[in-house]
Design a protein around this ligand. Structure first.
Ligand SMILES: [Zn+2]
Length: 297
């Protein structure tokens, strides 16, 4: 049984908070290029049916995922192109093999194709982990002609750096980009934070993660529109960063495409709204607000 943190534990809590602060270097003043007032980084997790397979979900869920690869990704790319949005498509290696035309089209359209693990998992064995990452890199590079420099994954920072990655987009400890140093790693890696409050799957995915019918989240698109607009406005007013996380099998459905269309249209009524890829954001952050020198541990 765990005991609540009374006085005796306070020093331990403080030490943990200080250690956490020392491991995170938040970029507080992003100062985006060309007078941009906010960076809206539209990111797509091209999971299709892969995660559903890993979770042993029933055929209906696999079919739902498959819709993302066959239909949803194309609708999203068309939407982005119509708005001048440059998206980042986080793509598992196996999905690149299954939907090569969509991955090629994304790259041709000037979108970034980034890593999302070989098969949506990171093996615990270091050699196998490296093998998975290299396979995913090769699968993406074969289709796009470009070696990925970004990832949304649980791969270790030293391995990612070694393979030429400059950022990850996974963790949520702040809403502004930040450098994270984990464990014994003194160098760290840039993290472009996402958040579940700005993730379509949290609102629109029926039977998400094997949930019971009573636990379903099928939100009204208008309600999500207002929530995401508020999140955007707050970041716009503070010169910040918004990482919108979409899944083709979720947001590729027509009423959500329509909602995103209205959202991008409304965002663009304000001056200085920038829709860069994650790579563009990362390169800007690293060039203008580089990480502090490595600290000895
Ligand atoms: Zn995913």
């Amino acid at each position: 049984m765990t005991t609540p943190p009374f006085d005796s534990d306070l020093a331990e809590l403080r030490a943990a908070a200080q250690d956490h602060a020392a491991r995170h270097q938040v970029i507080t003043d992003c100062a985006w290029p060309d007078g941009a007032r906010v960076a809206v980084n539209v990111t797509v997790d091209f999971d299709a049916m892969l995660l559903r397979r890993l979770l042993n979900e029933p055929p209906m869920q696999l079919a739902k995922g498959e819709f993302g690869g066959r239909v949803g990704i194309w609708r999203l790319l068309e939407l982005f192109d119509g708005h001048g949005v440059k998206g980042t498509i986080y793509t598992p290696g196996r999905i690149a093999e299954l939907y090569p035309d969509a991955v090629r089209a994304a790259a041709r359209g000037g979108h970034e194709v980034a890593d999302h693990m070989w098969e949506h998992r990171v093996p615990a064995e270091p050699e196998l982990e490296a093998d998975h990452l290299r396979r995913a890199i090769a699968a993406l590079e074969r289709l796009t002609g470009q070696r990925p420099v970004g990832t949304r994954s649980w791969h270790s920072a030293p391995l990612l750096r070694q393979e030429g990655f400059i950022y990850n987009s996974r963790k949520v400890p702040d809403d502004r980009p930040h450098y994270i140093r984990e464990g014994k790693d003194t160098q760290g890696l840039l993290n472009l934070p996402m958040h579940y409050a700005i993730d379509d799957a949290m609102f629109f995915s029926f039977a998400w993660m094997n949930t019971e019918n009573a636990a379903q989240r099928m939100a009204d698109p208008d309600r999500v529109f207002e929530m995401w607009w508020d999140a955007f406005r707050q970041q716009y007013d503070t010169g910040g960063y918004l990482n919108l996380c979409l899944h083709p099998f979720v947001s590729g459905r027509s009423m959500r495409i329509d909602m995103l269309d209205r959202l991008f249209t409304r965002m663009k009524t304000l001056p200085g709204v920038w829709f860069p890829t994650s790579e563009t954001v990362a390169r800007h952050c690293i060039a203008t607000c580089p990480p502090h020198p490595p600290v000895a541990r």
